[in-house]
Design a protein around this ligand. Sequence first.
Ligand code: KG4
Ligand code: ZN
Length: 338
Amino acid sequence: MLVLGIESTCDETAVAIVKDGREIISNVISSQIDLHREFGGVVPELACRRHVDIMIPVLKETLEKANLELKDIDLIAVARGPGLIGAILIGLNTAKALSFALNKPFIGINHIEAHLYAAIMSHEKPILFPAIGSVLSGGHTVIVLINELGSYQLIGQTVDDAVGEAFDKVAKILNLPYPGGPEIEALALKGNPKKYPFKSGVVKANPYNFSFSGLKTAVLYAVRGQNASVTDTPLPLELCQDVAASFQRAAFSGIVSKTLQAAKEYGCQEIIFGGGVTNNQLLRKLFNEASQDVSYVWPAVGLSLDNAAMIAGLGYQKFIAGNKGDSLDLEALTSIPF
Ligand code: KG4
Ligand code: ZN
């Protein structure tokens, strides 16, 4: 079964074709980094306009690369949220138009669930359920219990910034380009992680919840002083390296401890990861060092950041689980509760 996936929830316009939920035939991602870089983050209005311009060319390129035509597609899967409402609408309406014109079903997909499926679809062995799922991205930071594919229980989530967003904001403070995650990771390699006593946020109401805004402010004060004044003088490189290393350690320490604690409490042997922040090699190292009692399922290269292969793959799973298609009045959602 050939599924066409469409993703446009944030700043990637992506279309993919996946066979039987796992085999990626073609996976085209058009990133908008160039567009948002000068603003240090995603500008929703610009993102929407770019999605409009590029969606059909990306669709055509995906079909060409797969050497397929639209008539060969059996099902359309599209991210219906969470994300930027205007951005989601462009992918969703493209999917609806294709579904209507081709007389083929379409299924709306939860982008966060798809991030978890990205790791599952490239994993050789069957997943041992129940498992813990952890999505660490620019828009989301959640821990969920996965009873089986399609059955989730939210355990913890961020109460303010997502972890990737904190990386992007700290990068901005350090005058590094967007997206900040890879920049901070590279800079931190030569830094002293113990130089600054940054702490990961604690949320009393739910110990599995995350908070990154206090950490971000602590970085701001460390760099610019208590009145956070902006100067034109560039920071010494060594100081930037130490800030990056200390921030990264603090941000990850809470993620590692909370995720492992959740695995223990819920009797899970596997942790499934998704989202762009899981590209970070220090994060992977910290998990490996902290515990080998559980196994870690990381997304394959190319499937951690936003992509449409994960949307198509999960669409197939929904279809074979009994969802034979959504109706044309399916709405875009800025947030989707687990
Ligand atoms: O999954 P993704 O494409 O976006 C959302 O669905 O939100 O992830 C993008 C985020 C950005 O915030 C970026 O800074 C972060 O992932 N990121 C990283 C790394 N690579 C990307 N964060 C830390 N370390 C990295 N190596
Ligand atoms: Zn994402």
